[in-house]
Design a protein around this ligand. Structure first.
Ligand code: RB5
Length: 151
């Protein structure tokens, strides 16, 4: 699977380790940065390009990481077509894909250790959307929300 990764300084180390590990699992990994540890960088600068790549189909799934995972998740969900969630447990890592077609997983580099993060990512990447009518109906309602005019 083609997978994008992105992180700010809070998630940089975890991104580097996860990128290496999932490439070893035979995924094709596109790195959207950061490419070096910069304590002054801003997560939207890396997350938004990844989110656009997921929405366009350039990559199938995304992994975004900041210190808590919260900011990266908020930023990722601003791109229509992205369904990102902050995940801490294995159930959500697969059920979020199976029922909600989650296409971006968000992690906290200061919260979740490498081994658990790798388990969560592997579960996320191994899961598939079930496509039941009720799941599609709910996703259609989310797509409609994305089209609502603001302001
Ligand atoms: C950066 O210090 C930190 O605020 C950021 O990585 C993230 O935790 C935001 O949600």
């Amino acid at each position: 699977m083609k997978v994008g990764v992105a992180a700010d300084h809070g998630g940089f180390d975890l991104k580097e380790r996860l990128r290496e590990a999932i490439a070893g699992d035979d995924h094709e990994v596109a790195d959207f940065g950061a490419y070096e540890l910069d304590p002054g960088d801003d997560y939207p600068d890396y997350v938004a390009p990844l989110a656009r790549a997921v929405a366009s189909g350039e990559v199938e799934r995304g992994i975004v990481i900041c210190g808590s995972g919260v900011g990266a998740c908020i930023a990722a969900n601003k791109t229509p077509g992205v369904r990102a969630a902050l995940v801490f447990d294995s159930f959500s890592a697969h059920q979020g894909v199976e029922d909600d077609d989650m296409n971006v997983i968000c992690l906290g580099g200061r919260v979740t250790g490498f081994e658990l993060a790798l388990d969560l990512v592997r579960i996320f990447l191994g899961a598939s959307f079930k496509g039941d009518e009720r799941f599609r109906r709910r996703l259609a309602k989310i797509s409609a929300l994305e089209k609502e005019k603001r302001g």
